[in-house]
Every structure is written in C-alpha cells, then in structure tokens.
Design a protein around this ligand. Structure first.
Ligand SMILES: C[S@@+](CC[C@H](N)C(=O)[O-])C[C@H]1O[C@@H](n2cnc3c(N)ncnc32)[C@H](O)[C@@H]1O
Length: 246
C-alpha cells in the first residue's frame, strides 16, 4: 500500500516546483534513491567536496562524540553519527522540526546513537558538554544553527573551549574570502566567517582551497576550526583540499 503510494508520488510529483516546504514529504514518503536534488534533503547541502573533507578529517580525528547545532530535517545527522563510536547530540530550537526529525531518526536509523535535544543551542550545548568527560573524549561539532535573529556560533565555540577537552568544529555558511562562489550568511552586521570565531590561543581556522566551481550542491562556504589538541590527532594528508586562514 505504502509502496504504491511512494511510487505514485515519485512518478507524478511536479519536480521543478518542489521547494523546501515539500522536503518533509519527500523524506517521509520517497525512497532515498529518488530524492530530489535539493540541499535540504541531502547531507551537508549536497556538497561532495565538503563531504570528502569532513570524512577525511573525521576518520583521522576519530571523535568519541558528535554535536550538531541546528537539526532542521536531520538530513546530515545520520552521516555525522556514522563517524563516532559514541553518541551524536543534535540540538534544534524549533519544536516542529525537532519532533519530525526525532521520529525520522527512530524510524529510519534505529541503530545509530542519535539524541535530539530541543532548545537554544547556545545554552543546550553547555548541558550536552557537561555529560561528556573532558578527559579522553574528542568532540566533533557541526555548527549549523541559524536563520533566527541571534547567531549562536560564537557562544557555541566558547562553550566548547570552556569544556576543556579536545574538539574541532565545522561551520556551515562560512565566508570564504577570495572565492565569491561560496555562499555565506549574514545577519545584520554579523557575517558568518573568521570574524565570529573567538580569539582562542592556538586555534586554527581553515577553509576550502579548491575553487567553488569544483563544489557540488548548494556551494555554501565551510569553516573548519581546530584546537591544538585536535591538530595533534590529525595527519597532514587529511587537510588536502583545505587552506589555513588563521
Ligand atoms: C540550516 S538549518 C540546519 C540544517 C541541518 N544541519 C542540515 O545539515 O540539514 C538551521 C536550523 O537551525 C535551527 N536554529 C536556529 N537557531 C537555533 C538555535 N539558537 N538553537 C538551535 N537551533 C537553531 C533552525 O530552526 C533550523 O532548523
């Protein structure tokens, strides 16, 4: 019955008119092999080179825990959960997104250790980090909580630093100076870019080195932030395709 329904939707959907509002329908009722090429139903905005960099870095870093801020539909979360042995926490402020994503994780990815936390990531990341022992843990954070007036990214990075363990962070929609083809976000005067990364001693910022023409999907910029202890875990070959900006 459902299969018939899925096939009917796949064959009759007006593909050119599907926008973000239809994404939950696609995710819930159409098999992954026929997903539309829309950033919101693909992991990491459908950016193949970003995915390649993230997995090269994550495999070398070997995180014990993952934290995602800004779950939205949960399209990237299962991929993030696949890089850690321990739990993945994903924090979403909008209850309707959180409820649907939680149900999707339970239905589609029961084997993954994903915990959805409802609330403001600037506050909830502190609570999540309190549950992770700073010693012997390594946290990979994917910071993607925005769209509202307040950008929590700086607070999130400060929370990671205060936590005191080993961490690295990946920031979506990050301005890549020198390559206008990568999209970035700006809220009022605040540009998501190196300027919102606090001046933490020994922290390095890296961005894609390959030109945006070589990226796929939504072509949004990415910022990679490493603490000294994270850098010590990652061999240089994992940085292929990236360049250091701070
Ligand atoms: C770009 S979407 C996240 C996309 C998702 N990470 C992915 O890869 O598919 C941004 C999400 O952040 C959420 N958000 C915005 N501000 C937030 C905050 N302060 N705390 C938690 N979530 C927030 C929004 O409701 C939205 O669902």
């Amino acid at each position: 019955m459902w299969k018939l329904g899925n096939e009917w939707i796949r064959d009759h959907s007006p593909k050119f008119y599907l926008n973000r509002d239809f994404s939950p329908v696609i995710l819930d009722h159409i098999e992954p092999a026929v997903y539309m090429d829309h950033w919101s139903v693909q992991p990491f905005n459908g950016q193949a080179r970003r995915i390649s960099s993230i997995f090269a870095l994550a495999d070398a870093f070997a995180p014990t825990h993952v934290i995602e801020t800004g779950t939205y539909l949960g399209s990237s979360t299962p991929y993030l959960a696949s890089v850690a042995d321990g739990p993945t926490y994903t924090i979403e402020i909008e209850e309707h997104f959180a409820t649907r994503a939680r149900r999707r994780f339970e239905d589609n990815h029961p084997a993954l250790q994903i915990e959805l936390v409802l609330g403001d990531s600037a506050r909830q990341i502190v609570n999540v980090l309190q549950r992770i022992p700073a010693q012997d843990s390594a946290v990979l954070a994917y910071l993607d909580a925005h769209w509202l007036d307040q950008i929590p990214t700086t607070s999130e990075l400060l929370a990671l630093e205060s936590w005191g363990g080993c961490w690295m962070a990946i920031i979506d929609d990050f301005k890549v100076d020198g390559d206008e083809g990568f999209g970035f976000d700006q809220y009022g005067d605040v540009v998501i870019g190196p300027g919102i990364v606090p001046d933490i001693p020994d922290v390095q910022i890296w961005v894609p080195a390959q030109p945006s023409e070589r990226e796929t999907g939504a072509k949004r910029g990415t910022g990679y932030v490493f603490t000294a202890s994270a850098l010590a875990r990652i061999p240089s070959h994992a940085f292929a395709g990236l360049r250091r900006v701070r």
